[in-house]
Design a protein around this ligand. Structure first.
Ligand SMILES: Cc1ncc(COP(=O)(O)O)c(C=O)c1O
Length: 417
């Protein structure tokens, strides 16, 4: 189908469509179809919003039943049966078995809105303005979240000075110990020039930053710094939560409990907009209505989200992700990494990256993939990392098919037989 309608009338800001310039019309599981009927395998998953694949039958049926009954669709933050069911299930079957006790804040539907809410609350609670984030992080595009986000081009788009955030070295830049020491020094050196922060905001895996997986000991180190210095630890689990790393919350592997955790993207299970801030009860000092929004609590997302949580609770997601992780890891370490001395492969669960150290090469690889029917994106500095993010429930045959496309695409880009 001709794409002129978009190019003529849609803002120049559009981005992913430039990498995948076809018109999509159908999606099921890990397959997308263009209007011409060409099939594409999805290793992108809506940047983490489709962990359980496209149009899952169970989630879809629940949504259809809910609509069929003329149940409430829009309710701001008024009480609804859909919300009661979601909360009950989330608390009983997701939080309680993990020993977690959080209040749920339903924010506006985008991840960045939930980040804004967590920043406001941390600043309000501690009465401090400064916040620490890490080099390479991505936390969203609205001004508060953008002040955390490190990509300089994206920051420039803000159009105003982005303030009240200090960026600290990431562990992959200087090693865990030195990176932790740098933060500790900023906090203890009375000539550091840096004011004590309200919070340290962190992803356990920098996803947009190039698939950098932080070690358990590093994450425990951050928890310990926050405890010792009376700083809130906020984990942004927007992209790597909801099972992506092999457990529902990405921080579970480190045995830590953040003071706030942020979920979005796959929390609705169905790709519907929905975000949550999880807040340890003692920090929930919001006044009624102090952070509001017309689309807080998307009831359709709650209906599908509860169905997704049932799937998570069955253990099927974690088991399946861990099994598929082994396949992807073996493939990358045995077949891709040896292809070039410059390559590094990194990842956990079902988020993996091929760091090619060369943005043009990574671009060629993802273009080759697209030509061969695979949707895959890039991340990191100079967009040099090819980012593999298949659905957590992708059938093994499709997973292997996608990996074979990547192998051929890398070979072609490197010009090897
Ligand atoms: C870790 C992280 N935080 C925040 C966001 C922003 O979420 P949204 O695009 O829904 O505003 C993203 C989006 O990719 C993300 O990956």
């Amino acid at each position: 189908m001709d794409t002129t309608i978009f190019e003529t009338h849609e803002s120049n800001v559009r981005s992913y469509c430039r990498s995948f310039p076809v018109v999509f019309d159908y999606a099921k599981g890990s397959i997308l179809k263009s209007v011409e009927g060409r099939e594409y395998l999805d290793f992108f998953c809506g940047a983490g919003a489709l962990n359980y694949g496209h149009n899952n039958d169970l989630f879809k049926q629940r949504i259809l039943d809910y609509i069929e009954q003329d149940s409430i669709i829009h309710s701001l933050d008024m009480y609804s049966v859909a919300k009661a069911d979601f909360i009950e299930y989330f608390v009983r079957d997701i939080l309680a078995p993990r020993g977690l006790d959080y209040k749920l804040q339903f924010t506006g539907p985008t991840g960045t809105n939930a980040v804004e809410a967590s920043l406001k609350l941390a600043r309000k609670y501690t009465k401090r303005t400064n916040v620490f984030a890490l080099n390479g992080c991505f936390h969203g595009m609205t001004l508060g979240a953008l002040a955390l986000t490190t990509d300089l081009q994206q920051r420039a788009g803000g159009g105003v000075p982005l303030q009240n955030v200090v960026h600290c070295p990431a562990p992959y830049q200087y090693g865990d110990e030195h990176a932790l020491r740098a933060i500790e020094d900023l906090l203890t050196d009375d000539h550091s020039g840096v004011e004590k922060p309200a919070a340290i905001v962190i992803e356990t895996v920098q996803a947009e930053g190039g698939i950098h997986v932080f070690s358990d000991t590093y994450l425990q180190g951050i928890r310990s710094i926050c405890d010792r210095h009376d700083i809130l630890m906020i984990v942004d689990d927007i992209q790597v939560g909801c099972g992506r790393t092999g457990t529902f919350f990405s921080f579970e592997r480190a045995g830590i409990v953040p003071d706030m955790a942020i979920l979005s993207k796959s929390i609705s299970g169905y790709g519907l907009p929905f975000s949550l801030v999880l807040i340890k009860p003692q920090f929930d000092i919001w006044e009624p209505g102090e952070h509001s929004g017309t689309f807080r609590g998307n009831t359709l997302a709650m209906i599908a989200g509860k169905a997704a949580l049932e799937l998570v609770h069955s253990g099927e997601i974690d088991r399946g992700t861990q099994a598929r992780e082994a396949i992807v890891k073996d493939f990358l370490t045995q077949r891709i990494a040896p292809m070039s001395p410059d390559f590094a492969v990194r990842g956990v669960g079902l988020i993996w990256g091929i760091d090619t150290k060369d943005g043009a090469l990574a671009d060629k690889i993802v273009r080759n993939c697209f030509e061969s029917g695979l949707i895959i994106e890039r991340a990191g500095r100079a967009s040099q990392v090819v980012k593999l993010m298949p659905s957590l429930v992708i059938p093994e045959e499709q997973l292997l098919q996608g990996l074979a496309i990547i192998e051929a695409a890398v070979k072609d880009a490197l010009g090897v037989a």
